[in-house]
Design a binder for this molecule. Sequence first.
Ligand SMILES: O=C(O)CCC(=O)C(=O)O
Ligand SMILES: [Fe+2]
Length: 339
Amino acid sequence: MKNSATAPNWLQITWRIVENFRKLLRGWVSYIRHHKTPDPAYQCMITLHCLTRGWSNEMLHTIAKAFLPKYRIEPKGVLGVSSESEVENVARGIRRDGYHQFSHRLPASECEAFLALARRTPARLLDGTFGVYNAKEPLSQRYSLTEVSLIDDPHFQKLMCDSSILAVAQRYLGCAPVLASVGMWWSPIFGQEPNDDAAQMYHFDMERIKWLKFFVYLTDVTRESGPHCFIKGSHRAGGQPKALLRRRYERVGDDEMAEHYPPESFLEFVGPRGTIIAEDTRGFHKGRNPMTKDRCVLELEFCDSLFGAAYVQQNILQPINELREAKAAFPRTYAKYFA
Ligand SMILES: O=C(O)CCC(=O)C(=O)O
Ligand SMILES: [Fe+2]
């Protein structure tokens, strides 16, 4: 009885996997031709992740990687890693645990420069309107600076071509890193409850095939002032329970997450401003809503390919010299930023 009840189910699942792969591969061919992913193909990528518990992305990444270049990158910069073996150690840790918190920090003067930018630039509020962050009277649980308002800033540009960041990204991805997005946002103290739209509940990201995010805290972060949280090891294929993946992109509450992972897997990254974390956000993560102090963070995301979610092509008109040189040496890395 049991067999006959489960057999159609397995058949159905296998059929769905095959169908989704077929549509995705067709979309991939279209992406290669037109540099634009058809949305149904992107949706198939998400569906496949949930059906195969992450194995689909592993497979797609292995195929893609075989055709992608790798650059010679001398690691030197803000992460404080200066040799290939140090870079490999970091990448190995991320492969195993999903993250690395660097002991090197962004200098205070740099944090100040980013904070000044975050304080003066109009940001998008959760209701879609724009406003400048106001510490005294915040109007939203999140103030997200737009990418276009960041990429002409020389400090941002310096990070975008920091060769220690590029080297770690390349080592983790196993191919030339493609800069997929840059961002910066405020999470002010705003009520008691976490906000789903402000990424304050557990979720996984799924915009690309494989990627790595770098978070830099620009304010001091304690347990009460909005730490970024991560479930250790949940980035690995097979590392996320079926019961949660069945819900696709839906956010997951803390209590429910606790039913699936042991307490020691729940990590909260705290540290003074300048703290840098690299993380594979395919694993479950969130930003805890701050209670005692507003948090400001910046982020750079690198991926293997821009196949996936729709993105806006940018065009940096006045790159600093380092970025100009990096673009010449690593053209694939900056494809999204120079039209
Ligand atoms: O604010 C945070 O720490 C979470 C951000 C997040 O979910 C993301 O950048 O993917
Ligand atoms: Fe996220």
